[in-house]
Write a protein that binds this ligand. Structure first.
Ligand code: SN0
Length: 323
């Protein structure tokens, strides 16, 4: 009788498209914090390996911190802004006689020959809920690329940001189970739910006392929120919080709509108490948060942004180790 060797497949990181791709979050967060002390320790791991980063949308932190992380590991990096490339087609069987030039089938296979890891940023359109939920851009890369895919914010998720946030909370917490509140904020533009979604998933699996506060109508996907408490009263929700994560998202139920720009939901000095202020950036000053908070010592957004490098680096390291 032949016994197949049992392999712990889930210990191998073949992609990072959502936070559940990390097998042991606590361990990963601790390792990222160690890596921060000695960022060049594995500078040969990525020798002769190439990261290709594909951007369908704007980026400052993601682009620079992911490139920095890759370089810290000795990788080569190439960046493609798709606006500079051919217009990509994602539908199968389409007659491409309109304005799309190249199908993702060829594009992803071609890129796979130039790269060892591919990272993709593709925001949702916020018009067609089902189409966004299908993650057709990210999933098409996963389907047709023959190399690991890293999500640099997709239609519904931003797992590198969520890992960053877990690292930042771990570094700054002053009690073993800190109280963390995700607080919705007004915004003039309809923004994705991705950052909030991944943050919620992350808070659900680390050791924190987590709740969400937002106006009625801003309920997120119940399959993500699950049992996490939601309080429509912001003031009450914020009581004795250690960390307040402020973020706008557009309505999920009335998909992609702005239902309120009520400035009463802006984060202020008065409301935040002694909590640390977190935001993924970029942030609209005096709309999402008032200057007094963002410019205070309670704001940890700059440290948070720095941790983007080490979140990306631990993910790339795990992927490189299994190439
Ligand atoms: C994006 C978002 O998902 O909310 C990226 C955050 C990392 N944010 C924006 O697009 C902000 C745009 C704006 O006009 O303020």
């Amino acid at each position: 009788m032949i016994h197949k060797t049992f392999r712990f497949e889930n210990m191998i990181m073949k992609k990072y498209t959502n936070i559940y791709d990390i097998e042991n979050i606590k361990d990963t967060v601790d390792t990222a914090i160690q890596l921060k002390q000695n960022p060049f320790e594995f500078h040969e791991l990525g020798l002769h390996k190439t990261l290709v980063m594909i951007f369908f949308n704007s980026s400052l932190r993601t682009r620079l911190s992911t490139e920095k992380a890759a370089r810290n590991l000795g990788m080569q990096v190439m960046v493609l802004n798709v606006n500079d490339a051919w217009n990509l087609e994602f539908e199968d069987g389409t007659v491409m006689n309109m304005n799309t030039t190249e199908h993702i089938k060829e594009a992803a296979q071609v890129i796979s020959q130039y790269a060892d890891v591919i990272a993709v940023r593709a925001f949702p359109g916020l018009i067609d809920k089902e189409k966004d939920a299908s993650e057709f851009v990210l999933n098409s890369f996963m389907k047709y690329a023959s190399i690991p895919v890293v999500n640099m914010e997709s239609a519904t998720a931003h797992p590198l940001q969520a890992l960053t946030d877990a690292i930042t909370i771990e570094e700054l917490k002053t009690r073993s189970k800190p109280k963390v509140v995700l607080s919705w904020a007004p915004h003039p533009k309809a923004l994705p739910q991705a950052v909030a979604n991944s943050f919620i998933k992350m808070m659900q699996v680390i050791d924190v006392d987590f709740s969400i506060t937002h106006p009625k109508g801003y309920e997120l996907d119940p399959n993500i929120v699950k049992e996490t408490p939601v309080n429509y009263n912001q003031k009450e929700a914020l009581k004795e919080a250690d960390f307040v994560y402020v973020k706008n998202w557009s309505s999920y139920n009335d998909y992609g709509k702005i239902l309120s720009e009520d400035s009463n939901w802006m984060m202020t000095e008065d409301k935040i108490g002694d909590a640390k202020f977190m935001h993924c950036l970029p942030v609209r000053r005096n709309v999402v948060v008032e200057d007094a908070v963002l410019d205070s010592d309670q704001s940890v957004v700059i440290q948070q942004a720095n941790n983007r490098t080490f979140a990306a680096q631990i993910v790339l390291k795990k992927i490189l180790e299994n190439l």
